[in-house]
Unconditional design. Structure first.
Length: 108
């Protein structure tokens, strides 16, 4: 898979990691901690509808290209304006540590 040239990395994204905090009542509450602002390229892949929790949901998947980072993990998220992308998988397409390809689902 060819990655876009660096000049196409025009979208400024905020990278966040999940932090689970005890809520004092025996449960957990998820918050998000800012990690860094990164430049990337967002490309939509597919959209589908699914029936979940007795209602219809829409799922839109995207590929987001970033410069190489070793710290991004499954479950992190990227924010672009008011849009939120949940990271499902990341990989280095060339194994040269130049780019990172993140397969994401947009949270609607």
């Amino acid at each position: 898979m060819a990655t876009p040239p660096l000049g196409r990395f025009r979208s400024r994204l905020s990278l966040q990691l999940p932090v689970d905090v005890e809520d004092g009542a025996g449960g957990m509450s998820r918050t998000w901690q800012f990690v860094a602002d990164v430049w990337g390229s967002i490309e939509p892949l597919a959209a589908q509808q699914r029936f979940m929790a007795q209602r219809m949901e829409q799922s839109v998947t995207h590929v987001i290209y970033l410069r190489w980072r070793a710290d991004i993990c499954l479950g992190w998220r990227l924010l672009f304006g008011s849009r939120t992308f949940l990271v499902h998988a990341c990989y280095d397409p060339t194994t040269q540590k130049r780019h990172l390809v993140c397969q994401c689902e947009e949270i609607v």
